[in-house]
Ligand binder design. Structure first.
Ligand code: SDX
Length: 388
């Protein structure tokens, strides 16, 4: 029977499903959401339009957009008992650990139906997740620093609301900086979906068993946290801080090329892109704008990152293996300049990617093919018997 199996470790050349959501041409460095180029969406759309596009297949007409925003506003509050979960965590817990727990626990709150087989229940669960995620992420930060948790303000858009819940001080009005709000919106748009990446595939596999949607998204958050995936944005900043100054770059590049050294250049390389990740270009440019806006043009972190990119892209090893900066290379520099601590970077990614995860969950509910069940090539012992 084993001879009939196709062996594809890491699913490098296996399509696990049909999907009409996102298209990537890795050689050309092209990314499309529902057929629209990411550059066009990032320039002309706001986050709620892109979320609607990914979840429902089309950009919203004005009245659909208002209805979508109304739904986000209706469902963005955290239940008082959900807020009490936070107090069970250590203050120094990693925000991603807290988010896995809190989002998974939402399964115990929203039991609209046993199996989410009704269209209406599915859409309500999807909206609830997208609506609540900024509050869940922001609370994991404010709890960690001992500041009271702030509630959403329905006069603000999705991105601005996240900023006020993160950085607003108790009983002081929060003044939205439009440049920073647009920058975080760009981060949300660019991270919203990326077809069958590890976390989305995990969500789909969990969903294939009929698991509760909140539990499925919790499994996606857990997978995203790994440093080879979404956790790379935090790892990049830690790496740049450790490098300290551009003159240490040759040594770092030498280590990244050494097969005996486990060190890899974080924020570089991609399973699908064998070209510049188009999201990295947009994030690099916006990072420059944010730094200029904040009077941080001479950021040593940015100088080190730009020099590291220059050196790597001229190096034979990186050229031959087609290793380019990915989405995680510059985002941490921008987030850090805005005041996000390194440990929140992957939580920001998770807020954005929730749109992609629920879009895939909704798609799977409509077009799924039953439970996922990969096979294996068995390498253990043949039949043997106990010594009696
Ligand atoms: C994300 O899949 C998605 O779409 C993910 C994502 C999304 O939006 O969901 O785009 C988000 O996860 C971005 C990736 C973030 N991770 C990192 O930045 C961590 C550093 N990068 C790598 O560990 C690595 O490049 C991966 C994990 C991203 C990809 O791994 P692959 O597919 O195994 O890489 P590969 O097969 O193309 O590697 C080819 C060669 C290998 O060497 P050889 O065995 O051929 O000699 O390139 C080497 C690798 O060892 N290599 C690196 C390297 N990345 C790959 N060498 C040094 N530094 C690196 N960063």
């Amino acid at each position: 029977q084993q001879n009939l199996l196709t062996y594809d470790p890491g699913f490098r050349s296996t399509a696990s499903c049909d999907s009409a959501i996102t298209y990537i041409d890795g050689d050309a460095g092209q990314l499309l959401y529902r057929g629209y180029a990411i550059e066009e969406l990032a320039t002309h759309c706001d986050f709620s339009q892109v979320a609607h596009l990914l979840m429902y297949g089309e950009l919203p007409a004005p009245e659909q957009q208002s209805a979508f925003q109304r739904n986000l506003n209706e469902y963005n509050l955290l239940h008082d008992q959900v807020l009490s979960f936070y107090h069970g965590f250590r203050r120094d817990a990693h925000p991603m650990a807290v988010m896995v727990g809190v989002v998974g626990a939402l399964s115990a709150f929203y039991q609209d139906s046993q199996d989410y087989s009704l269209d209406e229940d599915q859409h309500k669960a999807a909206i609830r997740l997208v609506a609540k995620m900024p509050a869940i992420a922001a609370a994991s930060y404010t709890y960690s620093i001992g500041r009271p948790i702030r509630h959403p303000d329905n006069n603000l858009d999705y991105a601005s609301n996240f900023l006020q819940m993160m950085f607003g001080r108790p009983s002081e009005p929060y003044h939205v900086d439009p440049v920073l709000a647009r920058a975080i919106e760009l981060i949300f748009i660019l991270h919203a979906d990326h077809e069958q990446n590890a976390s989305t595939s995990t969500v789909r596999m969990a969903a294939s068993s009929g698991a509760n949607p909140f539990a499925c998204i919790a499994s996606g958050i857990a997978t995203l946290w790994g440093p080879a995936h979404g956790g790379a944005n935090e790892a990049v900043l830690n790496m740049l801080e450790e490098i300290g100054s551009p003159d240490r770059i040759p040594e770092v590049v030498r280590r990244a090329k050494d097969k005996k050294d486990p060190f890899r250049l974080m924020g570089f390389g991609h399973r699908v892109y064998k070209n510049y990740d188009p999201r990295a270009v947009l994030i690099r440019d916006t990072t420059r704008q944010v730094l200029a806006h904040l009077g941080m043009e001479n950021s040593p972190l940015m100088a080190t990152a730009l020099e590291l990119e220059r050196v790597a892209l001229e190096d034979e090893y990186f050229i031959e293996k087609k290793l380019y900066p990915n989405v995680d290379f510059y985002s941490g520099i921008m987030l850090r300049a805005m005041g996000f601590p390194n440990r929140m970077f992957t939580a920001v990614f998770a807020v954005a990617r929730t749109v992609g995860w629920v879009s895939h969950w909704l798609e799977l509910k409509r077009t799924g093919h039953g439970i996922d069940r990969p096979r294996q090539l068995y390498t253990g012992s043949t039949l043997r018997h106990l010594d009696k």
